[in-house]
Design a protein around this ligand. Structure first.
Ligand SMILES: [Zn+2]
Length: 90
């Protein structure tokens, strides 16, 4: 049995070497995919790379700009890698 703290540690999304959803394939459910922009649902209690709390949805884009037509109704965090911008809603 791994100890609880070690498990929590690995549940946090790690951006050190960039982000690829394939690293978290079993934990994130793909809701929308336009090729360069994806919306994912957190199924397994992954933790936000910014604040370390569990998030609800993860939005990932490789585009330079993104527009949201509807305001986020919940707190959200931003994180970035060299290629991607991530938005986690809580
Ligand atoms: Zn967060």
């Amino acid at each position: 049995m791994p100890d609880r703290r070690a498990t929590q540690e690995t549940a946090r999304i790690d951006l050190e070497n960039g982000f690829t959803m394939h690293d978290y394939r079993t934990k994130l459910k793909l809701l929308k995919d336009s090729g360069t922009t994806r919306t994912l649902e957190n199924r397994e209690g992954l933790l936000c790379p910014a604040c370390g709390r569990e998030f609800d949805r993860l939005f990932v884009t490789e585009e330079e700009t993104t527009t949201f037509e509807t305001p986020a109704e919940r707190p959200f965090c931003l994180a970035r890698t060299d290629e991607k911008l991530l938005l986690c809603t809580h």
